[in-house]
Design a protein around this ligand. Structure first.
Ligand SMILES: Cc1cc2nc3c(=O)[nH]c(=O)nc-3n(C[C@H](O)[C@H](O)[C@H](O)COP(=O)(O)O)c2cc1C
Length: 200
């Protein structure tokens, strides 16, 4: 598989940014204590990659001034930001020396920094870095996951923050499996079972 860039002169950066921004995502904090220094960024490029082995990824700009330090961490903490974390997200993307000011977090024994009130947390180590154009795709091996104490995730869409409206989702439209794995229908299934119970 080749990651060689293909020149596309008809694609200007604005058009590309707009197209990329049409795809909604969550936002994570990628953070660690490196040589006693709190280090981290906000990233919307986080995604799950593999169940076995457990891998996730995010992409970091090659121009990042934080990545050279952060990649030296033995373990990286990933915290999925909650919908009330919009200001936290801006802070984590802002001036480096203020990124953790006033933030409640914990540092694990191996230096991963995990934010309080996140929707989920991952304690990871770097598995592989793949240079891809002006970003580096960072593959992370997941060692521990935490359920987090936040409820709903922050959504990033078209350069703005949004919230999920779960009422809009109709789980019955899924055929019950994605990529060969059962879909967790969670509360929807529970509600249906209760409805059937009442109807019987
Ligand atoms: C919502 C949001 C999402 C972001 N996602 C990414 C990302 O996926 N990758 C990235 O390199 N920077 C991302 N950034 C920018 C970084 O958080 C940070 O501002 C940037 O790395 C510049 O700081 P640095 O030079 O200290 O790395 C994002 C910023 C915001 C506000």
């Amino acid at each position: 598989m080749s990651l060689q860039p293909t020149p596309a002169p008809h694609l200007d950066q604005r058009t590309l940014r707009d197209a990329f921004g049409a795809f909604p995502s969550g936002v994570v904090a990628v953070a660690a204590s490196v040589k006693g220094q709190l280090t981290g960024i906000a990233a919307s490029s986080f995604t799950s990659v593999s169940i076995d082995p457990p891998l996730v990824s995010f992409s970091i700009a090659t121009s990042s001034s934080t990545w050279p330090a952060l990649r030296e961490a033995g373990h990286l903490g990933i915290s999925v930001l909650a919908d009330h974390h919009d200001a936290v997200c801006r802070q984590l993307a802002g001036p480096r020396e203020q990124r953790f000011d006033g933030l409640p977090f914990k540092v694990t024994g191996n230096g991963a920094v995990l934010l309080d009130e996140a929707v989920a947390t991952y304690d990871c180590s770097i598995h592989e870095e793949v240079v891809a154009g002006d970003h580096v795709i960072v593959l992370l091996e997941v060692h521990e996951v935490g359920a987090g104490d936040g409820e709903h995730p922050l959504v990033f869409h078209r350069s703005a923050f949004a919230k999920l409206h779960r009422d809009d989702l109709d789980p019955s439209r899924l055929d019950g499996r994605i990529n060969g794995a059962e879909v967790d229908r969670g509360e929807a299934e529970h509600d249906e079972a209760k409805r059937d119970e009442h109807a019987a």
